[in-house]
Write a protein that binds this ligand. Structure first.
Ligand SMILES: [Fe+2]
Length: 373
């Protein structure tokens, strides 16, 4: 299974991953055979990319967050937003309801943390976590999954990872207090709107502090996930050691997932491009140590990615060499535009060959071939 830009989707392609609607329900199930009508509908719905299965990428990628779990998270999030929205000055907030909600989230996160750590290698293919639906929800889940992996690779213990994960789920809860027109505005925000948007950090932290018994380090993520190493973040312009390590992990995962997700107003960057962006932030926005952990933990070339090599060969990434994420094992299908009997090479042993770019179709399959993600 691999992600392709929607312009590359063709009649007869098989959908590789279930698509969910804004309410956590199923929109199109995995295995659906695409036709022109479905493709044009998806385009109208604002999809920029799709996951498809083809003869080169037949392996299934497991979904770490099972559909029932995804639905449960959606319900819990709705419940919490409902409590917040129903709260005004004359009415007391339903503290019992809030804490029950947090408790339910804690239970589900416990399960997710174990699943994620067990399936860390699967998750690191990344392609199985980004689906376009309710962006804020999907984004919170993706960011949490990434943070669990980074937390694990940073040597945090299980208790710490759970605190980090629950903090990530609630990191943008403060957005519930910001006018919905600003949250959903597809164009760039005006300065005034941006100032209002920034308040989501303090509002979220205040809410979690006043009405939940979440640990301080988890609440702190809501407050500090937009702080930056160089002091140019918000709301307080904290620097380096003034920012808790959990908030630093949350910040890098927040930015990375936002870059790799399709948004209504822009196409996702590839994992490779997003990683370049993160690396370029070294010493400025994010700490150098954390960037090192992050770039070692995330695979730039996921399993099943089609690639063009510097010697003109084309193939599919079929295995990652852990710790050497730019040097995977490749199954070769073509040489200089000619189809060949498939064979494998290990880039770890071929220092003179580089991956030049990610492609979406092999040149011998179509006329227009090498288009970057
Ligand atoms: Fe945020």
């Amino acid at each position: 299974m691999r992600r392709i830009p929607i312009e590359y989707a063709r009649e007869g392609d098989i959908l590789g991953q279930t698509l969910y609607n804004n309410f956590g329900g199923m929109l199109l199930s995995k295995g659906t055979i695409l036709n022109e009508l479905i493709i044009s509908k998806l385009k109208r719905h604002g999809y920029y990319s799709l996951y498809i299965k083809d003869k080169y990428t037949e392996k299934n990628i497991e979904e770490i967050i099972k559909p029932e779990m995804r639905l449960r998270i959606y319900e819990l999030k709705e419940e919490m937003q409902g409590i917040i929205r129903g709260f005004d000055d004359e009415k007391k907030i339903d503290i019992k309801g809030v804490n029950k909600n947090v408790m339910n989230f804690n239970e589900i996160i416990e399960e997710i943390v174990y699943e994620t750590i067990l399936n860390k290698d699967v998750l690191l293919n990344l392609e199985n976590i980004s689906v376009y639906d309710d962006y804020t929800l999907t984004h919170s889940i993706n960011m949490m999954l990434l943070s669990i992996v980074i937390g694990c690779d940073s040597g945090f213990n299980m208790y710490q990872i759970k605190k980090l994960a629950i903090g990530c789920i609630f990191h943008d809860i403060g957005k519930t207090f910001i006018p919905i027109e600003i949250i959903n505005k597809p164009e760039a925000l005006t300065d005034e709107e941006f100032e209002l948007m920034k308040l989501h950090t303090e509002k979220g932290y205040e809410f979690l502090s006043n009405y939940t018994d979440l640990h301080a380090v988890s609440r702190n993520i809501a407050l500090c996930h937009h702080e930056r190493e160089d002091g140019l973040g918000y709301p307080r312009g904290l620097k380096k050691d003034e920012i808790h390590i959990f908030s630093k992990v949350a910040a890098i995962c927040d930015v990375f997932d936002a870059l790799t997700s399709d948004r209504p107003y822009r196409r996702a960057l590839s994992v490779h491009e997003s990683m370049e962006y993160i690396l370029a932030c070294g010493g400025g926005k994010f700490s150098v140590d954390l960037i090192r952990t992050f770039s070692n933990s995330i695979n730039i070339y996921s399993k099943d990615t089609l690639v063009l090599l510097s010697d003109g060969r084309e193939g599919v990434v079929y295995e990652i060499n852990h710790g050497y994420n730019t040097r995977p094992k490749i199954e070769i299908y073509g040489e200089k535009g000619r189809k060949v009997t498939p064979y494998t090479i290990d880039l770890l042993n071929k220092n003179n060959i580089l991956i030049v770019k990610i492609i979406h179709k092999f040149s011998f399959d179509i006329e227009h071939s090498y288009e970057e993600v």
